[in-house]
Structure formats: structure tokens, C-alpha cells
Ligand binder design. Structure first.
Ligand code: ADP
Ligand code: MG
Length: 683
């Protein structure tokens, strides 16, 4: 059997299974052998019945006698009860709800499982059963457990993979890792490793083998980062002259010490000919935006354009309004681009123009500051010459995306980059995801942060509502955040249903709801009304409010708080007390778990977002931390994020490889893997 053979030629794969495999992207043998188990059950020990201990996964072997099936209880649960006898003792075995064990009556069998004791008495609880011929696959060894592929279960997958390896020619499997890397980092060769991922002698070998592939993926990641960095450093960025006096004059307030320090760092970037790439992190309200304005201002004074991108249209529009008024006394023009309107602003005023016109203006350099969502990248906009790109509330911004913008500039200079975020990531992860990106952190807010945070359970709801009612009567404003927008069949609060309930309960007040799918005009109107205090209570989802600047807000409820990441919660609460006003946050813990409670408690105790991110990462693991679907980071890399040593090794390996051959031409297998996987990592 060859790696390139169609899977339907594998023993045990009929047309039906073959179709399911195809539907899920498994076409040839090679596809399936790179489908890794997510865990292993160690059934390698065959234990005598008299030596059994409770709750340990083991395999026992003996003859199955007096087997009978009967039903019990109201729900007529099918029970199969038998006695297994080996040369030391006999033991009761119970299966629940399964018909098939009857076929083992009177046979010598292996059973993997555990000895347990509960209301059914003491008995052996089987996970796998097999005869002598079947045993090499499903038990009496370290057994790989796979996630289902469509409706094909772990056991079936195991069997298919077993059949493949029975006569697979692994010689054609070329190792993408160069020999010197395998030696230096003491890694298994690919053929050995792949075999041991599926059929390991023991758990240790299984883990070591899988680790090799995790290393491989991390290495690809690192290669990508390093190559991009190198590429970037070969390029030139505009050297921006800083207008100190002018900059100071446009500021409506004095910078805090923290802001001053970070401004120095940004200044250095801008004055340098090398394209910069800086992550600017700081709590909500710590004053990042003003630094962005200062940078943009200087870039524009140097006759370059600036681009500002936000994750949502509402935010982008807020930035446009904010920048428009900030630069109203300057001869600076601004453009706002959204899916359904374009605004051209100057001197504190703006007019609606067509997209065509906007693009033309940008091309001719008539727009100094272009503001929009990330969809700006998809638009066919050609810039005159971009000096800086600023991305709000996003950490990850690939060089790929950067390249896209550059392609679209008439100038060959590469813009400087700043991404701003209030949700920092732990240093270890920053290292993996961004390599040597420069990081600036603003550690203090310009105003004192006076928020009282309470974790509350359902039975206190009335009390909390009464408290809020009184506050709102005196002019406070409340925002209620729900994890969902639409009703689903569960207990999780959603914006639409909650809005109705709140309207009933708080009938004296003005209430609105806000969610991503609403028309942007409507959203903007609501935000305007909020800031004019025409709305007392806003029911909304978490997505919409990232980065929103609500001036009067001083009360917050977060529903199903257990469902949010800590950093996310922290950021939401950070909307409060924007100008040092005393505020209250109530986190409803609608489902109580210890872990959930610990996480929320950390929120009350820890001082900054970075500390929280680290705790969150620890308590939830990298998968949950990033939200797997969104991150676009492969599973294996996510697993690797737990292992700092491995990350460091992969980085070292990437450096060694690039030193030998920056284009990877002498490592064709690695290059092919790189181009194939690199795409996935572009995210
Ligand atoms: P971020 O973007 O980090 O959430 P902003 O830049 O929007 O924070 O700042 C929050 C608010 O504080 C803004 O209204 C801003 O004008 C104000 N602000 C920022 N820095 C200062 C400062 N040094 N002194 C007074 N007010 C400030
Ligand atoms: Mg902001």
C-alpha cells in the first residue's frame, strides 16, 4: 500500500465509509495517517483478577461464562451480565444498554476497563472487548482514541488505520525536517514517529512521537515569522520627522508619564527608516487612542497618508467622529469607508460621497487619514503613499495583510505599523505568535478606576435590579451584556429575549438594544442617544462593545459571566469609570462551577489585564483562550503553546535552518510543507 493510494482501497473501507471520509477531506492514505489521536488509553497492562484495584484502567483476560441479558427499571435498561474467570479468580462483568456482548458467550476474551463499585455492586466495567485475533487493535496495548470523522467512530478509525499500517510502504514518506535538526533536537524520524503516534508501545513513546509533529508545526510557524521579519527589514519605511511643538499644541490635556514613555518609543519607530511593528497594549481607557492621533498627525505633516482600521463599523465610525473633531482646526482631511457609505471630512464637518469618488481622492492623496474596518484590505483602494497603518483592538495582523496594503500604494515604502489592544496576551504566546514584535504597554489610566465588581448568583437578581433602578433614577446609565444575540434552546441569556424582559421590569426608563447585525445607521443613532443620555439602559452583546467609548456609563450587568474569557470581562468592565466616575459591575454567574468562580474571583483581585490573561490561559488552556475557530491556529500548535521549552527549541531550529538556507531551496520537503501549511497560518 502506498501513501498516495485512494482510501477506498484500504481493507475495511467500503463505499459508505469512503464517502464519509471524502466528505471530511480524507482522500488518500496519507491524509488519514496524519489524523492524530487526541488521547490514549493505556490498556497495555494485562492484570490478573485477584490483583485488580478499583478505578484503574487495565485489561483482563479470561473465559466469559453464564452470560445473560435482562432489562431493569422504568426505562427498561438492557443489562448484560456475565462472569469472567481467569486462573486466579472470577469476576462479575456488567454492560449497560449494549446488545453485542452476547456474542462473546463462552469465549476466551480480553476486556479493557475498570473495576468499579456503585449501586450495581462491585463489577468490572468494560470499555473494549476483543478476542485473541482482535486484541492487537483495540486493547492489551496503549490504545489511540480519535475524534469522530462524520459518523465514523474512534474504534472504526482505529481499525482502518491499523489495516493501513499492516502493509504500508513508509519509505516514500520523506521527512520534512532536515537531518541536522533531528539530531540537534533529538527528534524521531517521521516514519518512526507516525507509526508510534498510532501504535505506540507505551504512553511515553506516544507522547514523544506526537511532540515531534507539534515541533514541526511550531517550526513552520517560526519560519514564517522569521522570514517575514527578514523580508520586512530589507524594506524601507518613510522616515517621519517629528513636529514636537505642533504635537504638544494639539493635545487637549497633559500626557501621563506612561503615555510619555510609550510616545518616546513610537517616536523612535517613526523616525527610523526600518518598518516598525509595534503592539501597543493598555487597559481600556488608558489612553492609547491619543497616541495613535499623535502618530497620525506627524505622519500627515510629513505628507504621508495614515490608515486606521477597527474591528467593527460602529467603532470605525466612532474613530472617524473622534478624529474629525480632534483635527478640526488643522488642514487635514479624513475619509470614512463602510460597506454602505463613504464620508469625507474636513474642518470638523463631513459630507457623504460615493465610493468611487472616495477611492479617487485617496489615490490622488486628497485624503490624509483613511478610517474603516478591516474590510479596507479587501477593497481595491490604491493609496498615494501610506506612512502608517494603525489597527485598533486586534493583536494579530499578518505580514500578508500588510503586504496587501503595500501592493496598493503607489510608493515603494512600507508603512509603519501599530496595533492597539486592551486584551494583552501572555509573553509566551506573544513570542510564538509574533516573534520579535515590539511591545509597548501603558500601565496606568489617566483617571482613577473606581469600579466595584460583584459576583452575584441568580437569587440576588431582584436586589440588584432594585439597586440599579435607584441609581438610574438619579441619572446613571446601565449596560447589560449577554453572551448571545438570538434565542437558542438553552439557559444562556440572549439580547433579544433579555431586552423584552428588561423593558417590562424597568418600564419607567428608556431602553434600547444593540447587536452586530443591526443597520449601521441605527447603531450610530443609538450610540449618539446613549452619549446624550437619552437612553438609560442598553442591552447588548459582547462583540459590539469592544472599544466603544460611552461617556456616561457607570453601571454594568454581565449575564452568564462564566462564559466569557477573563480578559474579555476585564475589558468590558473597563468601559466603566472612563472619567473616574464611581461605577458598579454585576457579574451574574448563571451556572456555578468552581473553576468559573475562581476565574471571576481573580478578576476582583488582579490589577491588570496581563496578569489576568496569564491566569485565564492557565485555567482554560490555550484552545479556549484563543477560541479555536477564530484563531485559525492549528490544533497541534495550540497544544504546543503549553510547552515553552518546545517553543524555544522550534525557534532556535528555525534560525538554524534559515541561516543555512534562507529560501529553503535545499530543503524541498520542508519547503513544501511550509508553503502548504503556511497558508493556513495566515489567518
Ligand atoms: P483607550 O483607547 O486606551 O481605551 P482612549 O485613548 O480612548 O483610551 O482614552 C480614554 C479617555 O481618556 C479619552 O476620552 C481620552 O480623551 C482621555 N484621555 C486620554 N489620555 C488622557 C490624559 N493624559 N489626560 C486626560 N484625559 C486623557
Ligand atoms: Mg480604544
Amino acid at each position: 500500500m502506498k501513501l498516495t493510494d485512494d482510501l477506498r482501497y484500504v481493507k475495511g473501507v467500503g463505499p459508505k465509509i469512503s464517502n464519509i471520509l471524502k466528505e471530511n477531506g480524507f482522500n488518500i492514505v496519507k491524509d488519514l495517517i496524519f489524523y492524530f489521536p487526541f488521547r490514549y488509553d493505556d490498556f497495555s497492562k494485562i492484570v490478573k483478577i485477584k490483583d485488580l484495584k478499583f478505578d484503574q484502567a487495565v485489561t483482563i483476560y479470561g473465559k466469559l461464562g453464564s452470560l445473560r441479558q435482562y432489562r431493569i427499571g422504568k426505562r427498561k435498561l438492557l443489562i448484560t451480565e456475565g462472569i469472567l474467570t481467569d486462573d486466579t479468580a472470577s469476576l462479575r462483568v456488567l454492560w449497560f444498554g449494549q446488545r453485542h456482548p452476547i456474542k462473546f458467550k463462552g469465549k476466551e476474551i480480553y476486556i479493557a476497563g475498570k473495576l468499579v463499585k456503585n449501586k450495581f455492586g462491585t463489577y468490572f466495567s468494560p470499555l473494549e472487548v476483543a478476542t485473541e485475533e482482535q486484541k492487537t487493535i483495540h486493547l492489551a496495548r496503549v490504545v489511540p482514541v480519535y475524534r469522530k470523522i462524520g459518523s465514523i467512530n474512534s474504534k472504526q478509525i482505529r481499525k482502518i488505520i491499523f489495516n493501513i499500517f499492516q502493509n504500508l510502504d513508509l519509505k516514500t514518506l520523506k521527512d520534512p525536517l532536515p537531518d541536522f535538526i533531528l539530531k540537534e533536537f533529538n527528534l524521531k524520524k517521521i516514519d518512526d514517529a507516525i507509526l508510534n503516534v498510532h501504535f505506540p508501545k507505551d504512553i511515553f513513546i506516544a507522547k514523544e512521537s506526537k511532540k515531534r509533529f507539534i515541533f514541526e508545526d511550531l517550526l513552520i510557524f517560526q519560519l514564517k515569522i522569521l522570514k517575514e521579519r527578514k523580508l520586512l527589514l530589507e524594506k524601507k519605511a518613510p522616515q517621519i520627522k517629528i513636529y514636537e511643538k505642533e504635537t504638544e499644541e494639539i493635545l487637549p490635556f497633559k500626557l501621563t508619564e506612561e503615555q510619555k514613555r510609550v510616545w518616546e518609543e513610537i517616536k523612535k519607530d517613526l523616525q527610523n527608516q526600518k518598518p516598525s511593528n509595534r503592539l501597543l497594549q493598555g487597559d481600556v481607557g488608558s489612553g492609547k487612542t491619543v497616541l495613535a492621533k499623535m502618530a497620525v498627525f506627524n505622519v500627515v505633516l510629513n505628507n504621508f497618508q495614515a490608515v486606521l482600521m477597527a474591528p467593527t463599523e460602529v467603532l470605525a465610525r466612532q474613530h472617524f467622529d473622534d478624529f474629525l473633531s480632534f483635527f478640526s482646526k488643522k488642514n487635514i482631511s479624513l475619509g470614512y469607508i463602510s460597506s454602505n457609505e463613504c464620508l469625507f471630512g474636513h474642518g470638523g464637518y463631513f459630507v457623504k460621497i460615493s465610493k468611487e469618488k472616495m477611492k479617487n481622492n485617496i489615490f490622488q492623496g486628497k485624503v490624509d487619514i483613511v478610517i474603516g474596518t478591516h474590510s479596507l484590505l479587501g477593497e481595491k483602494i490604491v493609496f498615494q503613499k501610506v506612512g502608517i497603518v494603525i489597527i485598533d483592538e486586534q493583536q494579530r495582523f499578518g505580514v500578508e495583510q500588510r503586504a496587501k496594503l503595500i501592493e496598493k500604494s503607489k510608493s515603494s515604502l512600507i508603512p509603519h505599523f501599530i496595533s492597539m489592544t486592551a486584551t494583552p496576551i501572555p509573553r509566551t504566546l506573544a513570542l510564538v505568535l509574533y516573534g520579535d514584535l515590539d511591545i509597548s504597554t501603558i500601565k496606568e489610566r489617566p483617571f482613577p478606576f473606581l469600579v466595584k465588581t460583584y459576583i452575584v448568583s441568580e437569587n440576588k437578581r431582584k436586589k440588584v435590579y432594585e439597586f440599579l433602578k435607584n441609581k438610574i433614577k438619579k441619572g446613571s446609565q446601565l449596560i447589560i451584556v449577554c453572551p448571545r444575540v438570538e434565542e437558542k434552546n438553552d439557559e444562556i441569556k440572549n439580547v433579544k429575549a433579555e431586552y423584552k424582559k428588561i423593558k417590562e421590569y424597568f418600564s419607567d426608563f428608556q431602553i434600547a438594544m444593540l447587536y452586530a447585525k443591526m443597520k449601521s445607521e441605527e447603531k450610530n443613532r443609538i450610540i449618539e442617544d446613549l452619549n446624550k443620555n437619552k437612553i438609560n439602559i442598553l442591552v447588548t452583546s459582547s462583540v459590539i462593545e469592544v472599544g466603544l467609548n460611552l461617556q456616561n456609563l457607570d453601571l454594568m450587568i454581565i449575564e452568564n459571566a462564566e462564559r466569557f474569557g477573563l480578559a474579555q470581562l476585564y475589558q468590558m468592565i473597563g468601559r466603566l469609570s472612563r472619567y473616574g466616575k464611581e461605577s458598579y459591575a454585576f457579574l451574574f454567574l448563571n451556572k456555578f462551577t468552581k473553576n468559573g468562580y475562581l476565574r471571576l474571583k481573580a478578576l476582583k483581585e488582579k490589577k491588570n489585564a496581563l496578569e489576568l490573561a496569564e491566569i485565564d490561559l492557565k485555567l482554560r488552556g490555550p484552545g479556549e483562550f484563543f477560541g479555536k475557530e477564530q484563531s485559525g491556529i492549528p490544533d497541534l500548535v495550540i497544544e504546543g503553546l503549553k510547552d515553552l521549552t518546545l517553543i524555544e527549541k522550534s525557534k532556535k531550529a528555525a534560525e538554524m535552518i534559515l541561516e543555512k538556507d534562507p529560501n529553503l531551496t535545499s530543503f524541498p520537503e520542508l519547503y513544501s510543507l511550509y508553503s502548504q501549511k503556511g497558508k493556513i497560518l495566515e489567518g
